[in-house]
Write a protein that binds this ligand. Sequence first.
Ligand code: GLC
Length: 562
Amino acid sequence: MAPLKWWQRAVFYQIYPRSFADANGDGIGDFPGMTAKLDYLRDLGVDALWLSPHYPSPFLDCGYDIADYCDVAPEYGTLWDFSRFLQKAHERGLRVILDLVLNHTSDQHAWFREARSSRASPWRDWYVWRDPAPDGGPPNNWASIFGGPAWTLDQATGQYYYHVFLPEQPDLNWRNPEVKAALWDAVRFWLDLGVDGFRLDAIATIFEHPDLPDHTLPVSPGAVLDANTLPWDDYWQLLRFQLHQPGMHELMKELRALVESYPGDRVLVGEDEDLAFHGSGDDELHLVFNFPLQRTRRITPAHVRANQALRLGALPPGAWPCNTLGNHDAPRVWSRYGDGAHDAALARLHLALLLTLKGTPFLYYGEELGMADLELSDLGQLRDTNAINRYRALTERRGVAPEAALREVLATTRDRCRGPMQWSEAPNAGFTAPEAVPWLPLHPNHRAGVSVAAQADDPGSLLSFYRRLLALRRATPALLAGEFEVLHPDSEDHLAFLRHDRDSGQTCLVVLNFSGAAQRPAFDLGGRAARLRFSSAERPAGRLDLQPLSLAPFEAVILDLL
Ligand code: GLC
């Protein structure tokens, strides 16, 4: 097998720039803050950083509404601060990929301001405009993923513009070659500065069906388009003319060629789970996320086996898997998969899963400390416009009582997983100056052990566990490159699999006990003996009996087959 590329061996760590580290005391994270934490990230043992958008933005969608593709948000610093961050990251062997939002801009972007200024504007066709329907309403019944219709009327010019997300995030018209040229220029701008690649936001939304046909589901648009409440299939049915439309794959091939014209194996990671984005395996995106792995209330051995069978089985030759359990759009791993009684053990088990499956793992900042979802208590604390709009829709359009709407929105807002990083037990957790007001509140558990300072020197902490397992993964060829082979396909309590690397000849047996009870599975591996490589429990080093293997509750073990 060809030697693995850096992005196949790497563990990625997602940073939400607004929440990572604030150096100037304005309550908002920034590049000088991130730069000061690079040693922490190197010592943690991750290899690459993905930054959520760092561009100038009105921040109605937390930076996913970009107002200038070739600059840095002033509250995060300057281009010089960015370049210094990149240089210092590279000096530490850390790669950096940026978030690239191709589908839409902010309505404050100069292109859209120009486009909406008049029907005759040379920028008009950079966005998707349509005349009203004969009754004056929107051109069709499409819905926005963030609720409400996907069309907003521009009063001044009398036409509707299309937005699959917020009205303040107008969709670019990718059928206009000028749009493509401008975005490819932005891509070159950052590649020239030396970034190692991009995570491509909402990549399936780029093209819409050119004929704009109505969807035929019997729902009023916007009223029920909600991934939280609609069955998954209905949700995608509603969006079927707005997602995954023809043209996308050609575009991805073009972007891939652009990125490959640069030296250094720059990488493209798509925010989508569709393996078709790998193209023939090696001509579109390098990685796409295995979102179905995380889309479950509880991760069970059966869920993982089914997921892996489907994903690995369908991966085109030459393509590489990519697994993640959390990001800025989903509840935190600690809160989502914890059961309230064994949260710490489950957090360890889930990391062990992520780092031992085949493929590139993506971690989310703060996960290594056991950061939990924020518990917000009032509307004024919300920063995600999507959540604020949802509250309005529930109370104003759906007649839900304000208290019930508030409860629902506070329990689901994406703000919950975006809280400031917890560096210490100091006021404001060392994220920002003690007297500053952080842009989102701190979780009070930063004073109860959930901080870098409290965990860094404690060998029993979750942070130490992350460091140990990350170091072990890096030093274990079978975990980086090995084929994945399920054992005990019917077990409900434990997940067992082999990772076999032909080049080094190393085979690891991974056994993860997902139950709160001790287990004693027996392994008949042709008489091969096994030596302990890693355990989440206390275990003496050395050979281990596989007939049976005694597992503590929630224990994760990694064994070398001899
Ligand atoms: C992606 C981002 C999400 C954002 C949306 C619109 O799904 O992950 O945070 O709101 O795109 O840009």
